[in-house]
Each structure stands twice: as structure tokens, then as C-alpha cells.
Design a binder for this molecule. Sequence first.
Ligand SMILES: O=C(O)[C@H](O)[C@@H](O)[C@H](O)[C@H](O)COP(=O)(O)O
Length: 225
Amino acid sequence: MMFHAFESQAAAAEVLARRVAADLAAVIGRRGHAVLAVSGGRSPVPFLQALSAEVLDWSRVSVTLVDERVVAPGHADSNAGLVRDHLLQGGAADATFLPLVSTAANVDSELAQAAAQWQTPDVVVLGMGDDGHTASLFPDAANLAAGLDPANPAALLAVVPPEAPHTRISMTLAEILRSGKLYLAIAGDNKRRVLEQASRTLSAAQPVSHLLQQTENPLHVYWAA
Ligand SMILES: O=C(O)[C@H](O)[C@@H](O)[C@H](O)[C@H](O)COP(=O)(O)O
């Protein structure tokens, strides 16, 4: 794990956006098309805005989500709404968005549909909750073992978080590790403490520990004070 510290969320967002845009440009140069997966929640807004301002051939980029709440697209908690409002603006509006949820009527059919159109991302930007979840791999979720199984062939799974609202569709840890470049963007002293603990102790009580302690795909942590 490589740790990068910044004085402010704005500074971290700028540097991470430049890094991610460079990664995407390199993949486009090699393969003609790149896939980016971003997280939802509250923290990613400055990063998404900074990324949307990056000069890139966005028509060659597909954007998807690390995880999504199973809610109708117009719902205030929809991560798709966050991406549409803050990333798919200006030049970045030329990107193709691949949502994980369409109508939210039925979780199983949403999962099947999302899995059918899924493309393994070239760049993944993760977040982390104060409870040590990453993506929607929540502590105490009934199927957490499948979510954390590094040999799970499935890219996505449905998760019912014991405490947080909404059923989710989430990337599995296995698919995160099969992806290209990995970033974890977090802010504040509390998340730094959670990160430090999870870096020391491997535990299902802090699912992010499995991401931090793996050696398969190097993880870059961007932390802002
Ligand atoms: O949809 C989600 O809930 C996220 O993708 C989730 O995994 C997020 O990254 C963390 O919960 C941190 O969320 P905050 O940025 O709101 O603290």
C-alpha cells in the first residue's frame, strides 16, 4: 500500500484527478477505450468535479460504479445521480455511463443486468466508511465471505448492509483486485485511524483490511486532512 497525504480535500482531489486522467489516457493509447469505476457517498464530489475538468478523449471512456444503492435513478441516495451531477459534465459528458441499477424493481434482475454489461475496470477509485467498509462490502453482511473471497469469479454481488440504508450492488473484492489501477480516497483523522488499524489487523469486522493487506494489486491511498 502506498500512502499519499494532502493538506486539503481540494488538493488531494486535484492530484488524484490528474493521476486518474493520465491512467485513462495511457489505456486509451494502448487499447482505444478505457473503463473507470468510481465510488459514491459524500467524499468523492471534489474529485469527480476535478476529473470532469480533465482534458481527455472522454468519448473513449466508459464510467461505471464500484457500488450502487438499489434505489430508483432519481433518488437522492443514487450514486448514479452523483456521477451524472458532478462527473458527466462539460467534456466528460461524452463518456458512456454504465449504471448498475435501472428501475430498482427487483434486485436479482438488476444484478443479472449489471453483470451482463459489466466490463472489468482499468481504474478503480474506492472510498471507505468509518465502519471499515469499502465498496459495499459491509461488516456483518450475510454474504461478506463471498464478497471478500479473492477467488470469487463473480464481478458483482448484492449486499444487504445490516445498518446502512438500502440494498446495494457492489464489486466483489476479487473483481477489484482483477482491475487495473487501484486508488482509495479518504479524508479526516477518524478515517486515518480506521485505515491504520485495518492495515495492521486482518478482520471481517473491517472489510477494507482485506484490500489494504493484499499484495496482488498495489493500492494507492490518497488521504486528505
Ligand atoms: O455508495 C457508497 O456508499 C460508497 O461507494 C461507499 O463505499 C463509500 O465509499 C463509503 O461509504 C464512504 O462514504 P462517504 O464518502 O460518504 O464517507
